[in-house]
Design a protein around this ligand. Structure first.
Ligand code: C2E
Ligand code: CA
Ligand code: CA
Length: 268
């Protein structure tokens, strides 16, 4: 089955069968500041295939390097297209980078060249890395991150709290953001333990000068519990599901239109 998936993926990559979906990331007031880019495979027979079903196969076969490059390019083109639009030009896109891709010696230059070729600003791009990637070869990783960061890119630590428990690396890596994993968010409004974990991650982020963003926020009760422990950046179904480009753009334009609307007697 995995050979079949791989062949299908190769075809999709060559023939335009991959697409990007965008999931809003919001600040404490619910304002959309950017999006996480999530890959989708439009399969001729099976419809939309979620990444959990094909990313692991692509990682094992090495195809993830070509796919990751495609995601990078498509995201940079998107940023360049938005650049002069007052509603969309400030959005930051976060892309997921697999460890296999990040470990390529040429990865850093590929990112810079792609940004340049597309005409996109480096400070509109955020790379989401996982703990296992950071721990894989900390010295090389830190060097590569510092190089990219000096050009304006940001780094986010994905799925925080689910991997290793070594925290020592955190202070040596030039991260900008930590993402609280969904598993701590799911029951946070009912579980004192999850609240304690979220609180600790926020305190850790504060003391290291890192933003903390919670993912998988589905309800207002979860959002309120996160706000109560000081977490003020969110992503999840409460603020929007991952959606195709046109629908994400419409959502952003709508918030700008709402803000620009004159305040009437009733609102005041
Ligand atoms: P992730 O980076 O942890 O992405 C977040 C996942 O949580 C996404 O699943 C998203 O759709 C889902 N999610 C977001 N909000 C909610 C919510 O409120 N509730 C629940 N239950 N789920 C929520 P998705 O899109 O299926 O992606 C799965 C994983 O696939 C991602 O996990 C990421 O590790 C990987 N992935 C996605 N796109 C790419 C890519 O372009 N490159 C690489 N290397 N990996 C990717
Ligand atoms: Ca992610
Ligand atoms: Ca995640």
């Amino acid at each position: 089955a995995s050979a079949e998936i791989e062949a299908g993926l190769r075809r999709a990559l060559a023939e335009g069968g991959l697409e990007l979906h965008f999931q809003p990331q919001v600040d404490g007031s619910g304002w959309i500041t950017g999006a996480e880019v999530l890959l989708r495979w439009r399969h001729p027979e099976r419809g939309m295939v979620p990444p959990d079903e094909f990313v692991p196969v692509a990682e094992r076969s090495g195809l993830i390097e070509a796919i990751g490059l495609w995601v990078l390019e498509a995201s940079c083109l998107q940023l360049a297209t938005w650049a002069d639009d007052p509603a969309l030009g400030n959005l930051v896109l976060g892309i997921n980078v697999s460890s296999r891709q990040f470990r390529q010696p040429e990865f850093g230059n590929q990112v810079l060249e792609t940004l340049e070729a597309c005409g996109a600003r480096a400070d509109r791009l955020k790379l989401e890395l996982t703990e296992s990637l950071l721990l894989d070869d900390p010295t090389a990783t830190a060097g590569r991150m510092r190089m990219l960061k000096s050009h304006g890119l940001a780094f986010s630590l994905d799925d925080f709290g689910t991997g290793y428990s070594s925290l020592a690396y955190l202070q040596h890596l030039p991260l900008d953001e930590i993402k609280i994993d969904q598993r701590f968010v799911r029951s946070i409004d009912r579980s004192a333990g999850d609240r304690a974990i979220a609180h600790t991650i926020v305190a850790l982020g504060d003391s290291l000068g890192l933003q903390v963003l919670a993912e998988g926020v589905e309800t207002e009760a979860q959002r309120d519990a996160l706000a109560a422990v000081g977490c003020a950046r969110y992503q999840g179904y409460l603020f929007g599901r991952p959606r195709p480009l046109a629908r994400f753009e419409a959502q952003v334009r709508e918030q700008v239109a709402r803000q620009a609307a004159p305040v009437t007697q009733d609102d005041a």
